[in-house]
Every structure is written in structure tokens, then in C-alpha cells.
Design a protein around this ligand. Structure first.
Ligand code: ATP
Length: 512
């Protein structure tokens, strides 16, 4: 199965099993906006819980916040979003398709990397155990040529971005012979800037009303509450503020399912530190965040670091964590050292002093900020796409979602073997005991085999079958999702066994 086919299957599986629906589907849909269904919302909530507890509960110096989506419009002037939250767009005149010019170039650069990796893999096969990858990369002429070409395009691209040189960006597309994936032609328009913020009107009448923006990131809600939280929480630097919430961006090219949406959710944490210590904290948070991802056990090789070649003018370090999605390695989380840019801007635009007074050093300063910013929907997509698995069982194909047990939407399904002989009543009794602690599902329709498959397809780690023996000796069959193994266990032990495997503590413990 190609990666493209796999991705298509994941998208339709998400719909068929109540994870994700196209928004407004009844009215033919709204592009790049999605609704989470009965299983999707559970998985999403579990991801949030994992992030929140890892941030706020495990770090005593990190506290939470839930700020409003609507904010004073000057905030977006101060943050730079009104003037500079733009993407460079370009149209292909033949296909009439619109693209982000920077993404076209980034994808082109990535192709050099693919070519280099292919050479490395070919050589690895040829040389076997004697293969020295480092030496090969630094001496093989073909690899060196690709690398040189890639570096040259990258350098031009960074310079054009830094100079905000839209003609320069277009020229790279022309010179590199980048074609439209739809029409296959190089018939490109000029490159133009496009602001990504949605605006609306505050007030009952449009006339005289204020234009306000739907926030394009949650971070500014944290910056403008820095003083409130610091003072009322009597927080000492270093400390962090964490928030989960919706953000809105009028993305030019919104494809790839929930990877790029116009309405999405972010989980962000701003960590306020003493100036001069920010790069140490930056490294610590990089390490912590990668550990958080890896603890899910989806495979360490699925993550890689991407260092920003072009830093925003206020940042002094920035890395992304990229995940190996079915459509390649793409950003899932950003970790940025943002200096004191945001707080200084808000100090200037609001005219209010935003400072921290360090009693020990007897000095005041504007704190520096290290932020970690992850897209909840992209995280969701990473979990679903690495969990999706088709395997041959006898002569049928089993589709199973190997979702890490603590994140699974349903933890245990309770299934009476037949709909008579008091089995449903006993099953319901078990269900009532378990549901105080665990999200359970009761199912009595269809054969037990079909019911197992349905639970596999939504990633339920355990199924319990209540049969005639259960009424006699108080035991049930416990079936494990991943191995399909079945064992006989006492009804009294179920809660302990399931909780042991599904507890979010299993993930959190790995972060200590
Ligand atoms: P990209 O380069 O992919 O547009 P970005 O660098 O603009 O992303 P940030 O502004 O750093 O993204 O936002 C932080 C995180 O929010 C990203 O790592 C991503 O996970 C998530 N995110 C950003 N834009 C979207 C979107 N349109 N849909 C879903 N998630 C998004």
C-alpha cells in the first residue's frame, strides 16, 4: 500500500468510525473545518489531559489559564500580527490553483534531501556491515553535489524571506523549474502577501463598531495576562503559563485533512525566565517536549528536529519537532526562544509597566520567554496515523487502531455472549461498576467476532465477554486488542487490570 493510499484509508476510517466529520457536511461541507465525532472527542480530550497533566501537574512552577478568544484589537497590532502575519501566495494560471510560495520552495528543497537519503540507502545495501554513513555523506560526489545545490537554494530562500523580497521568491520558483502539481506548468502569477487573520465586528451595529480579530494563536492571551498571573499567584521566575484553546487562521492552502485547518486548537506554554538564561531553558524544554512525544511509544524514529534557518527578528533560537506523517515529515510542535519581544511590545502599546522585580538580586527586568506550541489536531493526526494498522488474520483483514491505551477513546467493551439467560443483566452490573472509573461501551448486537472487530477499529484495548460460566464462577473472558489473546479472569480483577494498562500515569511516570 502506498503512503497516499494509507492516508486515504485513514481519512475514511476516521469518518466511518465517528472520529472526524467534515464540518457542515449536510450543506456540502466547509473547507478545512472539521467536527470531532463521538470517538474523536474522547481521543482529543485524552491528548489534552496528557498534555495538561504533563505541563501543569508535573511542573509545580507551571500554571494554567483559559483566556478569551476575543481580545482588544491593539493586542494584534502590538504582537505584529496586523502588519506581518502574512503568507506569500502564488497562483498557477493554468490550473487556477493557489499555493503558498514558501511551501513550494520548502518541498522542493526537501526533494534534495530525499535524493541524498536514497543514495545513502543504496550504499548501505551495497556495503553491508562495513558501511560508514558519516564518511559516505562527506565524501560521495553525488551526495555532495545534491547537498551543494540544496544549500544554495536554501541560502537564496532565507535571504529573500529576510528581505521580504517577493520577486526574489518568485524568481527561485522560476529558476528551480518548480511546476504546479496539478497542471504541471510553470505559468505562475506574481507573489503576493496575504494576511491570515479573520476579522469580525464587535457591537450590535456594524456602523461605528470595532473590528476585532479571531485569535490566530493562544499565546497572546498568556502574554497579556502575565502580570495578573504573576501577581495573584505570587509566581517567582522562572515560571510558566499553559493554555489550551482554539485558534483561527485563514490558511491559503488548506489540504491534508486536519493537518492544516482554518479553525484548530493549540496547546501552548510560555515560560518566563531571567534574561541571559533563556538558551539553557530552551534546551531543557526541547528535551522535555521530545520526551513527552516519545513516551507514547509510537516509535522514536518518527520524530526529528528541524532548526529554523530564518529566525523571526525577535527570536534567538527556534526548532520544530517534525513527525513522520503519511505525507512525510512535517511540523507538529514549535519550540521558540522569543526574547522579551512580546512583553516589551505590550508594555509599549498599553503604556503599562510589565516587569518582574527580583527581590534577591534587587533588580527589575522584562522577562524573556521560551515557548512550546503544539497543534492538538496535528497531534491527533499523528496518533491516529501511527495507530492505524491492517493485518491478516486467517483469510480476513483486521483493521486495528493501536492507540496508546491511556489515550484510547473507549477503554473496555462489555459484551454479553448472548442476549438471554441473564447475561445482559450480569454484563450491565459489571458495566455499572467499571463506568465510575473508565470509559466503557456495552454492546450486545451481532456475533462476538464482529463486536471484537468493531472495538479493534476504534482502538479499544480490552473486551470482556460475559458467558454462561460467568454466572456460575464469577469469571469472564478478557481479550487483549493488540495480541488478540484471551484469558479467563475474575470479575473482581477487571478494573485493576484495565486501569493498570490504561492509566495516564503510565505515560506521566516516564517523564519524571
Ligand atoms: P506551519 O508552518 O505548518 O503553517 P506554523 O509554523 O505557522 O505552522 P505555529 O505558528 O508555530 O505554526 O503554530 C504552532 C503549532 O500550531 C504548529 O506546530 C501546528 O502544530 C499548529 N498549527 C499551526 N497552524 C495550524 C493549522 N492551520 N491547522 C492545524 N494546526 C496548526
Amino acid at each position: 500500500m502506498t503512503q497516499e493510499d494509507l492516508f486515504k484509508k485513514i481519512v475514511s476510517h476516521c469518518k466511518e468510525y465517528g472520529f472526524i466529520f467534515q464540518s457542515s457536511e449536510l450543506y456540502d461541507g466547509l473547507s478545512a473545518v472539521y467536527d470531532y465525532g463521538q470517538n474523536g472527542v474522547e481521543l482529543k480530550n485524552n491528548i489534552k489531559e496528557y498534555w495538561w497533566k504533563a505541563m501543569v501537574q508535573l511542573n509545580e512552577e507551571v500554571v494554567g489559564l483559559d483566556s478569551a478568544i476575543f481580545m482588544h484589537p491593539t493586542i494584534w497590532k502590538a504582537s505584529g500580527h496586523v502588519d506581518a502575519f502574512n503568507d506569500p501566495l502564488i497562483d498557477n494560471k493554468d490550473s487556477k490553483k493557489r499555493y503558498r510560495a514558501d511551501v513550494l520552495i520548502e518541498d522542493h528543497i526537501e526533494k534534495f534531501n530525499d535524493k541524498i537519503n536514497k543514495e545513502v540507502e543504496k550504499a548501505r545495501k551495497r556495503f553491508g556491515d562495513a558501511f560508514n554513513e558519516e564518511q559516505f555523506r562527506s565524501t560521495n560526489q553525488r551526495v555532495l553535489d545534491y547537498q551543494a545545490k540544496m544549500d544554495a537554494v536554501k541560502a537564496r530562500f532565507v535571504k529573500a524571506l529576510e528581505d521580504n523580497d517577493l520577486d526574489g521568491i518568485r524568481q527561485i520558483i522560476i529558476d528551480e523549474g518548480i511546476v504546479c502539481p496539478i497542471s504541471g506548468t510553470k505559468n505562475w502569477t506574481e507573489v503576493r502577501q496575504f494576511n491570515l487573520m479573520f476579522d469580525t465586528k464587535l457591537g450590535s451595529v456594524a456602523e461605528g463598531a470595532n473590528t476585532i480579530y479571531l485569535r490566530p494563536e493562544t499565546a497572546q492571551g498568556i502574554f497579556v495576562n502575565y502580570l495578573n498571573v504573576q501577581k495573584t499567584g505570587r509566581m517567582k521566575i522562572p515560571f510558566g503559563i499553559a493554555q489550551i484553546g482554539k485558534a483561527f487562521r485563514n490558511e491559503i492552502v488548506a489540504r491534508q485533512f486536519i493537518f492544516r485547518m482554518r479553525e484548530f486548537e493549540q496547546m501552548e506554554m510560555q515560560y518566563f525566565v531571567k534574561p541571559g538564561t533563556e538558551l539553557d531553558w530552551f534546551e531543557k524544554w526541547r528535551e522535555k517536549r521530545l520526551k513527552w512525544h516519545k513516551a507514547l511509544g509510537m516509535g522514536d524514529n518518527k520524530y526529528r528536529w528541524h532548526k529554523h534557518d530564518k529566525l523571526a527578528h525577535y527570536a534567538n533560537a527556534a526548532y520544530d519537532i517534525e513527525f513522520d506523517f503519511p505525507f512525510g515529515f512535517k511540523e507538529i510542535e514549535g519550540i521558540h526562544s522569543r526574547t522579551n519581544f512580546d512583553l516589551s511590545q505590550h508594555q509599549q502599546f498599553s503604556g503599562k509597566k510589565i516587569q518582574y522585580f527580583d527581590n534577591e538580586a534587587n533588580e527589575g527586568y522584562t522577562p524573556y520567554v521560551v515557548e512550546t506550541s503544539i497543534g492538538l489536531d496535528r497531534m491527533f493526526l499523528s496518533v491516529i496515523s501511527s495507530a492505524y494498522c491492517e493485518e491478516q488474520v486467517g483469510d480476513e483483514t483486521r483493521v486495528v487502531l493501536r492507540i496508546p491505551a491511556p489515550l484510547a477513546p473507549v477503554k473496555v467493551a462489555v459484551l454479553p455472549l448472548v442476549k438471554k439467560d441473564g447475561l445482559p443483566e450480569l454484563a450491565e452490573k459489571i458495566m455499572n461498576r467499571l463506568k465510575l472509573n473508565l470509559n466503557c461501551q456495552y454492546e450486545e448486537k451481532d456475533s462476538i467476532g464482529k463486536r471484537y472487530r468493531r472495538q479493534d477499529a476504534i482502538g479499544t484495548p480490552f473486551c470482556i465477554t460475559v458467558d454462561h460460566q460467568s454466572a456460575e464462577d464469577g469469571t469472564v473472558t478478557l481479550r487483549h486488542r493488540d495480541t488478540m489473546e484471551q484469558e479467563r479472569v475474575s470479575i473482581d480483577d477487571i478494573e485493576r487490570i484495565v486501569t493498570e494498562k490504561c492509566d495516564i500515569k503510565n505515560l506521566l511516570r516516564q517523564l519524571m
